[in-house]
Design a protein around this ligand. Structure first.
Ligand SMILES: [Zn+2]
Length: 236
């Protein structure tokens, strides 16, 4: 496969780790170029914070944590710096996102599902879609609610590193979040019906006429999705 430029557009610091880190690790292992874009500054994310910490201090802390998380991918994230809860489909946000998209000019894009649980996630998803000219894959919603995947990436080997990446966000770690993620990725692994697949990340392709074969850009070398666009004749 040719070397791909992969862009991950995610709203808050820690969303990339939760939603797509295993797949991005796989791209890096296979020699592709990965870029992480974090749209929001993370100031309103709840979590474990010392008393009387100011918003600029929270923003700095979350930036440091995001840089530490992305180190496992050997990349430094790009921070678009939009304030939490202030991402809307207006001209200024559109300009920020399209400018970054033009800078990167990626071959494949990952972002949140348009029905994800948080308003910033939904808003970024719509903006990314509006400015994307290459295939867009939506990652799983939080806790997998109302998400029927088209494709799965086997992240069994990458799962321990994914959890370490998530662990870098110590100011945001809620007690059950690593467990919730393991359960979700295990559930998606079970849906693959293959004993060797313990953990998987699940995706939906945004269907558009010239993107229908975009699944070929996913990083699995043994690509054999349980849910296929073309039905298989292979006997199970
Ligand atoms: Zn988020």
């Amino acid at each position: 496969m040719r070397k791909l430029k992969v862009a991950a557009f995610y709203p808050h610091p820690d969303d990339m780790e939760a939603q797509v880190a295993g797949t991005l690790l796989k791209y890096v292992e296979q020699g592709h170029e990965v870029h992480v874009v974090i749209a929001m500054d993370g100031r309103r994310g709840r979590g474990i914070l010392p008393d009387q910490v100011s918003w600029p201090e929270i923003v700095e802390l979350r930036k440091k944590e995001a840089i530490a998380g992305s180190k496992y991918l050997n990349v430094t994230p790009t921070f678009l710096g939009i304030e939490d809860h202030r991402l809307v489909e207006d001209r200024s946000c559109y300009e920020i996102v399209i400018t970054e998209m033009e800078n990167l000019n990626p071959d494949i894009i990952f972002t949140c599902a348009p029905n994800d649980y948080h308003n910033d996630h939904r808003a970024l998803s719509r903006l990314v879609l509006n400015v994307a000219w290459t295939p867009v894959f939506f990652s799983d919603t939080k806790a997998g609610v109302d998400f029927n995947p088209d494709f799965y990436v086997n992240i069994t080997q990458q799962m321990p590193t994914k959890l370490k990446m998530l662990g870098e966000h110590s100011s945001q770690l809620q007690e059950q979040s690593a467990e919730a993620l393991q359960v979700l990725n295990r559930f998606r692994g079970i849906q693959c019906s293959k004993s060797e697949i313990i953990y998987a990340e699940a995706f939906k392709l945004y269907k558009r006429a010239n993107w229908v074969k975009a699944y070929e850009l996913l990083p699995d070398d043994d690509f054999n999705p349980p849910v296929q666009i073309v039905p298989t004749l292979e006997k199970n």
